[in-house]
Design a protein around this ligand. Structure first.
Ligand code: MG
Length: 422
Protein backbone atom coordinates (compact mmCIF):
# COMPACT_ATOMS: atom_id res chain seq x y z
CA UNK A 1 0.00 0.00 0.00
CA UNK A 2 1.02 3.59 -0.39
CA UNK A 3 2.30 5.58 2.52
CA UNK A 4 -0.16 7.27 4.80
CA UNK A 5 -1.42 10.72 3.90
CA UNK A 6 -1.44 10.58 0.09
CA UNK A 7 -2.69 8.47 -2.72
CA UNK A 8 -2.15 8.03 -6.42
CA UNK A 9 -4.23 10.25 -8.65
CA UNK A 10 -7.22 8.45 -10.02
CA UNK A 11 -6.49 6.71 -13.31
CA UNK A 12 -9.50 5.89 -15.38
CA UNK A 13 -8.90 2.67 -17.32
CA UNK A 14 -10.31 4.27 -20.44
CA UNK A 15 -8.70 7.67 -20.14
CA UNK A 16 -5.65 7.84 -17.99
CA UNK A 17 -4.55 11.43 -17.42
CA UNK A 18 -1.01 10.19 -17.56
CA UNK A 19 -1.45 8.69 -21.01
CA UNK A 20 -2.58 11.71 -22.98
CA UNK A 21 0.53 12.51 -24.98
CA UNK A 22 -1.34 12.14 -28.24
CA UNK A 23 -4.37 14.19 -27.36
CA UNK A 24 -5.65 16.83 -29.79
CA UNK A 25 -3.21 19.24 -28.27
CA UNK A 26 -0.25 17.15 -27.14
CA UNK A 27 1.00 17.77 -23.65
CA UNK A 28 4.59 18.89 -23.31
CA UNK A 29 6.97 15.97 -23.04
CA UNK A 30 8.73 15.17 -19.78
CA UNK A 31 12.39 15.25 -20.72
CA UNK A 32 14.06 14.64 -17.43
CA UNK A 33 13.29 12.60 -14.40
CA UNK A 34 13.72 15.70 -12.25
CA UNK A 35 10.57 17.26 -13.69
CA UNK A 36 7.99 17.20 -10.95
CA UNK A 37 4.23 17.29 -10.92
CA UNK A 38 2.10 18.09 -7.91
CA UNK A 39 -1.17 16.32 -7.22
CA UNK A 40 -3.43 17.13 -4.31
CA UNK A 41 -3.92 14.35 -1.77
CA UNK A 42 -7.14 13.46 -0.01
CA UNK A 43 -5.91 15.37 3.02
CA UNK A 44 -5.19 18.41 0.81
CA UNK A 45 -1.48 17.95 1.34
CA UNK A 46 0.67 18.28 -1.74
CA UNK A 47 3.01 15.51 -2.67
CA UNK A 48 5.57 15.54 -5.42
CA UNK A 49 5.21 13.04 -8.20
CA UNK A 50 7.28 12.18 -11.17
CA UNK A 51 6.87 9.71 -14.03
CA UNK A 52 7.82 6.36 -15.40
CA UNK A 53 7.35 6.19 -19.15
CA UNK A 54 7.21 2.80 -20.79
CA UNK A 55 7.60 2.10 -24.52
CA UNK A 56 6.46 -1.35 -25.59
CA UNK A 57 7.43 -2.78 -28.98
CA UNK A 58 4.46 -4.79 -30.16
CA UNK A 59 2.07 -5.42 -33.05
CA UNK A 60 -0.77 -5.73 -30.49
CA UNK A 61 -3.57 -3.25 -31.15
CA UNK A 62 -4.62 -2.64 -27.53
CA UNK A 63 -1.93 -3.59 -25.06
CA UNK A 64 -2.73 -3.04 -21.40
CA UNK A 65 -0.16 -2.67 -18.66
CA UNK A 66 -1.29 -4.59 -15.58
CA UNK A 67 0.75 -3.58 -12.62
CA UNK A 68 1.35 -2.09 -9.21
CA UNK A 69 2.86 1.31 -8.51
CA UNK A 70 4.95 1.46 -5.38
CA UNK A 71 3.20 -1.51 -3.80
CA UNK A 72 -0.37 -0.27 -4.45
CA UNK A 73 -3.10 -2.62 -5.61
CA UNK A 74 -2.66 -4.02 -9.12
CA UNK A 75 -4.58 -2.17 -11.79
CA UNK A 76 -4.89 -1.81 -15.58
CA UNK A 77 -3.29 1.07 -17.49
CA UNK A 78 -3.96 1.15 -21.24
CA UNK A 79 -1.04 1.79 -23.56
CA UNK A 80 -1.43 4.17 -26.48
CA UNK A 81 0.09 3.89 -29.91
CA UNK A 82 3.06 6.10 -30.70
CA UNK A 83 1.95 8.46 -33.48
CA UNK A 84 5.14 8.01 -35.52
CA UNK A 85 5.23 4.21 -35.22
CA UNK A 86 1.61 3.20 -34.60
CA UNK A 87 2.06 -0.36 -35.83
CA UNK A 88 5.23 -1.00 -33.88
CA UNK A 89 5.30 0.94 -30.61
CA UNK A 90 2.87 1.70 -27.80
CA UNK A 91 3.53 3.74 -24.70
CA UNK A 92 2.17 4.74 -21.32
CA UNK A 93 3.30 7.31 -18.79
CA UNK A 94 2.67 6.42 -15.15
CA UNK A 95 2.77 8.93 -12.30
CA UNK A 96 4.96 7.61 -9.51
CA UNK A 97 5.97 9.09 -6.14
CA UNK A 98 9.28 10.91 -5.96
CA UNK A 99 10.45 8.79 -3.09
CA UNK A 100 9.75 5.12 -2.32
CA UNK A 101 6.64 4.72 -0.22
CA UNK A 102 7.14 1.08 0.61
CA UNK A 103 10.75 0.09 1.05
CA UNK A 104 10.17 -3.52 0.07
CA UNK A 105 8.13 -2.83 -3.11
CA UNK A 106 9.59 -1.87 -6.49
CA UNK A 107 8.55 1.47 -7.93
CA UNK A 108 6.60 -0.30 -10.71
CA UNK A 109 5.96 -4.04 -11.09
CA UNK A 110 3.98 -5.16 -14.10
CA UNK A 111 3.20 -7.45 -17.01
CA UNK A 112 1.47 -6.54 -20.28
CA UNK A 113 -1.74 -8.08 -21.54
CA UNK A 114 -3.03 -8.27 -25.12
CA UNK A 115 -6.25 -6.31 -24.66
CA UNK A 116 -8.90 -8.51 -23.07
CA UNK A 117 -7.25 -11.69 -24.33
CA UNK A 118 -5.54 -14.16 -22.07
CA UNK A 119 -2.23 -13.44 -23.76
CA UNK A 120 0.63 -11.95 -21.77
CA UNK A 121 4.02 -10.38 -22.31
CA UNK A 122 6.42 -11.13 -19.46
CA UNK A 123 10.19 -11.20 -18.92
CA UNK A 124 11.99 -14.00 -20.73
CA UNK A 125 13.49 -15.17 -17.46
CA UNK A 126 10.07 -15.43 -15.80
CA UNK A 127 8.35 -13.36 -13.09
CA UNK A 128 7.19 -9.76 -13.65
CA UNK A 129 8.85 -6.68 -15.09
CA UNK A 130 10.30 -4.53 -12.33
CA UNK A 131 11.36 -0.86 -12.42
CA UNK A 132 13.08 0.78 -9.46
CA UNK A 133 13.61 4.40 -10.54
CA UNK A 134 11.71 7.14 -12.44
CA UNK A 135 12.61 7.58 -16.11
CA UNK A 136 11.89 6.08 -19.52
CA UNK A 137 12.09 2.40 -20.34
CA UNK A 138 11.60 0.13 -23.32
CA UNK A 139 10.16 -3.35 -23.39
CA UNK A 140 11.62 -5.27 -26.34
CA UNK A 141 12.11 -8.98 -26.81
CA UNK A 142 10.74 -9.70 -23.34
CA UNK A 143 13.28 -7.53 -21.53
CA UNK A 144 13.03 -4.13 -19.87
CA UNK A 145 15.80 -1.59 -20.45
CA UNK A 146 16.34 2.08 -19.60
CA UNK A 147 15.72 4.21 -22.72
CA UNK A 148 19.01 5.84 -23.57
CA UNK A 149 20.07 8.45 -26.09
CA UNK A 150 18.94 11.96 -26.90
CA UNK A 151 15.39 12.24 -28.20
CA UNK A 152 15.15 14.27 -31.38
CA UNK A 153 12.36 16.16 -33.07
CA UNK A 154 12.68 15.90 -36.84
CA UNK A 155 10.65 18.48 -38.75
CA UNK A 156 10.83 17.65 -42.42
CA UNK A 157 9.37 18.89 -45.66
CA UNK A 158 7.84 16.06 -47.70
CA UNK A 159 8.19 16.48 -51.49
CA UNK A 160 11.81 16.43 -52.53
CA UNK A 161 12.97 16.00 -48.94
CA UNK A 162 11.43 13.01 -47.12
CA UNK A 163 9.77 11.75 -50.31
CA UNK A 164 11.32 11.29 -53.74
CA UNK A 165 13.39 8.13 -53.49
CA UNK A 166 11.51 5.24 -51.88
CA UNK A 167 14.70 3.52 -50.78
CA UNK A 168 15.84 6.67 -48.96
CA UNK A 169 12.38 7.19 -47.44
CA UNK A 170 12.39 3.60 -46.19
CA UNK A 171 15.92 3.95 -44.79
CA UNK A 172 14.75 6.90 -42.71
CA UNK A 173 11.65 5.05 -41.53
CA UNK A 174 13.71 2.02 -40.51
CA UNK A 175 16.09 4.17 -38.46
CA UNK A 176 13.22 6.12 -36.96
CA UNK A 177 11.26 3.11 -35.79
CA UNK A 178 14.27 1.05 -34.76
CA UNK A 179 16.44 3.69 -33.09
CA UNK A 180 14.74 7.03 -32.59
CA UNK A 181 11.15 6.54 -31.47
CA UNK A 182 11.81 5.07 -28.03
CA UNK A 183 14.94 7.06 -27.29
CA UNK A 184 14.94 8.84 -23.93
CA UNK A 185 11.50 10.30 -23.33
CA UNK A 186 10.64 9.69 -27.00
CA UNK A 187 11.41 11.33 -30.32
CA UNK A 188 8.82 13.22 -32.38
CA UNK A 189 8.40 13.26 -36.16
CA UNK A 190 6.69 16.23 -37.80
CA UNK A 191 6.06 16.80 -41.50
CA UNK A 192 6.03 20.44 -42.54
CA UNK A 193 4.58 20.70 -46.02
CA UNK A 194 2.77 22.92 -48.47
CA UNK A 195 0.26 20.09 -48.97
CA UNK A 196 -3.21 20.07 -47.45
CA UNK A 197 -4.21 17.33 -44.99
CA UNK A 198 -6.17 15.50 -47.71
CA UNK A 199 -3.25 15.66 -50.07
CA UNK A 200 -0.96 14.35 -47.32
CA UNK A 201 -3.33 11.49 -46.50
CA UNK A 202 -3.27 10.51 -50.16
CA UNK A 203 0.53 10.56 -50.11
CA UNK A 204 0.86 8.42 -46.99
CA UNK A 205 -1.48 5.88 -48.53
CA UNK A 206 0.57 5.84 -51.69
CA UNK A 207 3.88 5.65 -49.81
CA UNK A 208 2.73 3.53 -46.88
CA UNK A 209 5.28 0.89 -47.80
CA UNK A 210 8.19 3.23 -47.08
CA UNK A 211 7.08 6.50 -45.42
CA UNK A 212 7.24 6.84 -41.62
CA UNK A 213 4.00 8.02 -40.08
CA UNK A 214 4.36 11.40 -38.30
CA UNK A 215 3.24 12.46 -34.81
CA UNK A 216 2.15 15.84 -36.17
CA UNK A 217 1.58 17.56 -39.47
CA UNK A 218 2.15 21.21 -40.28
CA UNK A 219 0.35 21.68 -43.57
CA UNK A 220 -0.43 24.35 -46.11
CA UNK A 221 2.78 26.36 -45.47
CA UNK A 222 2.30 26.60 -41.72
CA UNK A 223 -1.36 27.60 -41.76
CA UNK A 224 -2.63 24.30 -40.30
CA UNK A 225 -1.32 22.14 -37.46
CA UNK A 226 -2.64 18.62 -36.85
CA UNK A 227 -1.70 15.96 -34.31
CA UNK A 228 -2.08 12.22 -34.65
CA UNK A 229 -3.10 10.22 -31.58
CA UNK A 230 -2.24 6.84 -33.06
CA UNK A 231 -5.68 6.49 -34.61
CA UNK A 232 -6.92 9.77 -36.06
CA UNK A 233 -5.96 13.35 -36.91
CA UNK A 234 -7.13 16.44 -35.08
CA UNK A 235 -6.64 20.04 -36.08
CA UNK A 236 -5.05 22.32 -33.50
CA UNK A 237 -7.72 24.99 -33.27
CA UNK A 238 -5.66 27.17 -30.93
CA UNK A 239 -3.08 27.57 -33.68
CA UNK A 240 -5.67 28.41 -36.32
CA UNK A 241 -7.41 30.93 -34.06
CA UNK A 242 -4.27 32.97 -33.47
CA UNK A 243 -3.69 33.32 -37.22
CA UNK A 244 -6.72 35.58 -37.49
CA UNK A 245 -4.88 38.34 -35.70
CA UNK A 246 -3.70 41.01 -38.16
CA UNK A 247 -5.00 38.90 -41.11
CA UNK A 248 -7.59 40.05 -43.61
CA UNK A 249 -8.37 37.41 -46.25
CA UNK A 250 -10.53 39.74 -48.35
CA UNK A 251 -7.82 42.40 -48.48
CA UNK A 252 -5.19 39.80 -49.41
CA UNK A 253 -7.37 38.40 -52.19
CA UNK A 254 -8.09 41.90 -53.48
CA UNK A 255 -4.37 42.66 -53.51
CA UNK A 256 -3.65 39.45 -55.41
CA UNK A 257 -6.41 40.24 -57.96
CA UNK A 258 -4.98 43.69 -58.48
CA UNK A 259 -1.49 42.24 -59.06
CA UNK A 260 -2.96 39.67 -61.44
CA UNK A 261 -4.72 42.38 -63.43
CA UNK A 262 -1.46 44.30 -63.73
CA UNK A 263 0.60 41.23 -64.63
CA UNK A 264 -1.91 39.73 -67.06
CA UNK A 265 -3.63 36.35 -66.95
CA UNK A 266 -0.91 34.78 -69.07
CA UNK A 267 1.59 35.58 -66.33
CA UNK A 268 -0.29 34.88 -63.11
CA UNK A 269 -3.18 32.73 -61.85
CA UNK A 270 -4.77 31.58 -58.63
CA UNK A 271 -4.00 27.97 -57.71
CA UNK A 272 -6.89 25.44 -57.43
CA UNK A 273 -9.14 25.89 -54.42
CA UNK A 274 -7.86 22.74 -52.68
CA UNK A 275 -4.51 24.55 -52.36
CA UNK A 276 -6.14 27.57 -50.69
CA UNK A 277 -7.66 28.03 -47.24
CA UNK A 278 -8.86 30.90 -45.09
CA UNK A 279 -5.26 31.69 -44.13
CA UNK A 280 -3.49 30.94 -47.39
CA UNK A 281 -3.73 32.51 -50.84
CA UNK A 282 -1.55 30.77 -53.41
CA UNK A 283 -0.79 31.90 -56.95
CA UNK A 284 1.36 30.76 -59.80
CA UNK A 285 3.49 33.62 -61.10
CA UNK A 286 5.70 33.71 -64.17
CA UNK A 287 9.26 34.45 -63.10
CA UNK A 288 9.59 37.52 -65.38
CA UNK A 289 6.85 39.39 -63.51
CA UNK A 290 7.56 38.06 -60.02
CA UNK A 291 9.34 41.16 -58.74
CA UNK A 292 6.61 43.51 -59.99
CA UNK A 293 3.90 41.26 -58.48
CA UNK A 294 5.69 41.28 -55.12
CA UNK A 295 6.00 45.07 -55.28
CA UNK A 296 2.31 45.41 -56.11
CA UNK A 297 1.36 43.20 -53.16
CA UNK A 298 3.60 45.13 -50.79
CA UNK A 299 2.01 48.40 -51.89
CA UNK A 300 -1.55 47.04 -51.55
CA UNK A 301 -0.81 45.55 -48.13
CA UNK A 302 0.63 48.84 -46.91
CA UNK A 303 -2.49 50.68 -48.10
CA UNK A 304 -4.79 48.13 -46.42
CA UNK A 305 -2.76 47.84 -43.21
CA UNK A 306 -2.29 44.12 -43.76
CA UNK A 307 0.73 42.20 -42.51
CA UNK A 308 1.49 38.94 -44.27
CA UNK A 309 4.28 36.49 -45.06
CA UNK A 310 4.81 36.20 -48.81
CA UNK A 311 6.74 33.04 -49.66
CA UNK A 312 7.97 32.12 -53.13
CA UNK A 313 9.29 28.74 -54.22
CA UNK A 314 9.84 26.53 -57.24
CA UNK A 315 12.05 26.75 -60.28
CA UNK A 316 11.72 26.99 -64.05
CA UNK A 317 9.42 29.52 -65.76
CA UNK A 318 6.86 29.64 -62.93
CA UNK A 319 7.00 30.19 -59.16
CA UNK A 320 4.56 29.36 -56.41
CA UNK A 321 3.66 32.41 -54.35
CA UNK A 322 2.02 31.75 -50.96
CA UNK A 323 0.56 34.61 -48.94
CA UNK A 324 -0.10 33.62 -45.32
CA UNK A 325 -0.63 35.50 -42.01
CA UNK A 326 2.40 37.16 -40.48
CA UNK A 327 2.06 34.66 -37.62
CA UNK A 328 2.01 31.68 -39.99
CA UNK A 329 4.75 30.12 -42.06
CA UNK A 330 6.85 27.02 -41.66
CA UNK A 331 9.16 28.40 -38.95
CA UNK A 332 6.41 29.89 -36.80
CA UNK A 333 4.46 26.64 -36.95
CA UNK A 334 7.60 24.65 -36.21
CA UNK A 335 8.26 26.72 -33.09
CA UNK A 336 4.64 26.31 -32.01
CA UNK A 337 4.80 22.51 -32.32
CA UNK A 338 8.23 22.48 -30.66
CA UNK A 339 6.64 24.25 -27.70
CA UNK A 340 3.79 21.76 -27.54
CA UNK A 341 6.20 18.88 -27.20
CA UNK A 342 8.71 20.76 -25.06
CA UNK A 343 11.82 20.08 -27.11
CA UNK A 344 14.98 22.19 -26.68
CA UNK A 345 16.00 23.97 -29.90
CA UNK A 346 19.25 22.01 -30.23
CA UNK A 347 17.26 18.78 -30.56
CA UNK A 348 14.93 20.05 -33.31
CA UNK A 349 16.23 19.29 -36.81
CA UNK A 350 14.50 20.99 -39.75
CA UNK A 351 14.96 19.60 -43.26
CA UNK A 352 13.98 21.07 -46.62
CA UNK A 353 14.70 21.28 -50.35
CA UNK A 354 13.14 24.47 -51.73
CA UNK A 355 12.43 28.15 -51.25
CA UNK A 356 9.32 27.65 -49.17
CA UNK A 357 11.49 25.83 -46.60
CA UNK A 358 13.78 28.83 -46.07
CA UNK A 359 11.74 30.23 -43.20
CA UNK A 360 11.91 26.88 -41.41
CA UNK A 361 15.64 26.56 -42.02
CA UNK A 362 16.60 30.02 -40.83
CA UNK A 363 15.59 29.60 -37.20
CA UNK A 364 18.09 28.80 -34.44
CA UNK A 365 17.60 25.06 -34.72
CA UNK A 366 19.94 22.75 -36.65
CA UNK A 367 18.83 22.53 -40.27
CA UNK A 368 19.52 20.21 -43.19
CA UNK A 369 19.60 21.44 -46.78
CA UNK A 370 19.18 18.20 -48.71
CA UNK A 371 21.69 17.37 -51.44
CA UNK A 372 19.07 17.60 -54.23
CA UNK A 373 17.81 21.05 -53.18
CA UNK A 374 16.35 23.39 -55.77
CA UNK A 375 18.43 26.32 -57.04
CA UNK A 376 16.55 28.91 -54.94
CA UNK A 377 17.43 27.08 -51.71
CA UNK A 378 21.02 26.45 -52.79
CA UNK A 379 21.39 30.18 -53.49
CA UNK A 380 20.03 30.97 -50.04
CA UNK A 381 22.39 28.41 -48.46
CA UNK A 382 25.36 29.93 -50.30
CA UNK A 383 24.41 33.40 -49.04
CA UNK A 384 23.90 32.12 -45.51
CA UNK A 385 27.31 30.49 -45.45
CA UNK A 386 28.91 33.90 -45.93
CA UNK A 387 27.96 34.59 -42.33
CA UNK A 388 27.44 31.08 -40.96
CA UNK A 389 30.47 29.26 -42.38
CA UNK A 390 32.28 29.31 -39.07
CA UNK A 391 29.17 28.94 -36.97
CA UNK A 392 29.43 26.67 -33.96
CA UNK A 393 25.84 27.14 -32.85
CA UNK A 394 24.69 23.66 -33.86
CA UNK A 395 24.62 20.64 -31.53
CA UNK A 396 28.06 19.67 -30.26
CA UNK A 397 29.54 23.00 -31.36
CA UNK A 398 29.18 22.13 -35.03
CA UNK A 399 27.70 24.36 -37.72
CA UNK A 400 23.95 24.91 -37.45
CA UNK A 401 23.34 24.60 -41.17
CA UNK A 402 24.28 21.43 -43.04
CA UNK A 403 24.28 20.83 -46.79
CA UNK A 404 24.10 17.06 -47.10
CA UNK A 405 26.07 15.23 -49.80
CA UNK A 406 23.36 12.67 -50.51
CA UNK A 407 19.79 13.23 -51.69
CA UNK A 408 16.34 13.38 -50.09
CA UNK A 409 15.80 11.27 -46.94
CA UNK A 410 19.39 10.04 -47.00
CA UNK A 411 20.32 13.69 -46.39
CA UNK A 412 18.21 13.74 -43.23
CA UNK A 413 20.05 10.70 -41.89
CA UNK A 414 23.37 12.36 -42.73
CA UNK A 415 22.26 15.48 -40.90
CA UNK A 416 21.33 13.76 -37.65
CA UNK A 417 24.59 11.82 -37.92
CA UNK A 418 26.53 15.07 -38.41
CA UNK A 419 25.19 16.46 -35.13
CA UNK A 420 25.58 13.14 -33.31
CA UNK A 421 21.84 12.88 -32.92
CA UNK A 422 21.58 9.63 -34.88
MG1 MG B 1 9.80 20.31 -51.04
Amino acid sequence: MLGKGFKLPHLSPSCSPACTRHSARPLPRVHATSVETTFQTASQEAKLWTHVKIFFETPWKQPVLHGSISGANWDDFPLHRVGSAPNRWSFCTLPVPQAPTTASAPLVEFVIRHGSKDEWNKPAQGGNYVIHAPGSYTIRSNAVQASEGTPVMVVSDLDGTMVGDDAATAAFRDWWEEEAVARGSGSVLVYNTGRSLDSFLGLIQEKGHCLAHPDALISAVGTKVYSFDGKSWREDEAWTAQLDKEWDLVAVRDAAYKALTQAGRDNMHFRPKEELNQHKVTCGVRVEVLDSVLASLASSFADAGVQANVITSGHGDWRFMDVVPIRAGKLEALQYVQGLYGFPTQQVVACGDSGNDILMLQGNNPAVVVGNSQPDLVRWYTDQMKTEANSTSGPGGRARLYLAPRHEAYSILEGVQYWNLK
